[in-house]
Design a protein around this ligand. Structure first.
Ligand SMILES: Cc1cc2nc3c(=O)[nH]c(=O)nc-3n(C[C@H](O)[C@H](O)[C@H](O)COP(=O)(O)O)c2cc1C
Length: 195
């Protein structure tokens, strides 16, 4: 079993990455393979609303000069998808929004490519706006016919400067519990593949 995670922060290896890695480390302890992809520094165009994905239905976006088609393929191959984002003006980052809009439209155009995969949102925040970010990512999972595990709190870590979330004990515990619940759910859904 495999979980692929995307960090939508413009800051590589920052708070969102720390929180995601915390979840991934629990998944790995549970015998689940993981991969983290960080979008920092990448130019990811938004959806052009051209509708080509709905006409051609080849599981790809028409825009080919960035990595989104590779990322869609990685999502198709994974059993679970983690989307992590910092909070920017009370929402997800533009990189994460672009990825969601394009991957989401391609998936829906191809009979819901992510159907019944497990999805989890992870959010870093300095002070406010985390819930809008969390909700936005979960709306993507839910309209994609995916299954969303909970944790002991909403999946948010508090911090501003790089590394600050390490001090948010409850945030880190929430990520650990998310990892445990995600692993449990994955094993319920694919028992034959359980390690
Ligand atoms: C453009 C921008 C907008 C931000 N907007 C908010 C915000 O609305 N609310 C908030 O609490 N923090 C906001 N922040 C702070 C980040 O969410 C916070 O520093 C977070 O930990 C960054 O995660 P990262 O290290 O993964 O990039 C903003 C940061 C940037 C760069």
């Amino acid at each position: 079993m495999k979980v692929v995670a995307f960090n939508g922060s413009a800051r590589k290896d920052g708070n969102t990455a720390i929180l995601i890695r915390r979840v991934l480390s629990v998944l790995e302890q549970e015998g689940i393979e993981t991969e983290l992809i960080q979008l920092a520094g990448e130019q990811i165009h938004g959806c052009m609303a051209c509708g080509t994905c709905g006409k051609i239905r080849n599981k790809q976006c028409k825009i080919v000069n960035d990595n989104v088609n590779t990322y869609i393929q990685k999502m198709i191959e994974a059993d679970g998808i983690i989307l992590g984002s910092p909070t920017y003006f009370s929402m997800m980052s533009s990189e994460m929004k672009a990825l969601i809009d394009r991957a989401g439209y391609v998936a829906m155009a191809n009979d819901y490519l992510f159907k019944r995969k497990v999805g989890a949102a992870v959010v870093a925040v300095r002070r406010a706006g985390a819930m809008t970010t969390f909700d936005g990512i979960n709306h993507f999972f839910l309209i994609s016919e995916m299954i969303v595990p909970g944790s002991s709190y909403w999946n948010v870590g508090v911090g501003h400067r790089k590394g600050d979330v390490e001090k948010d004990e409850e945030g880190l515990e929430t990520m650990d519990d998310l990892g445990k619940n995600m692993a449990w759910l994955l094993k319920q859904l694919k028992p034959s593949n359980s390690p």
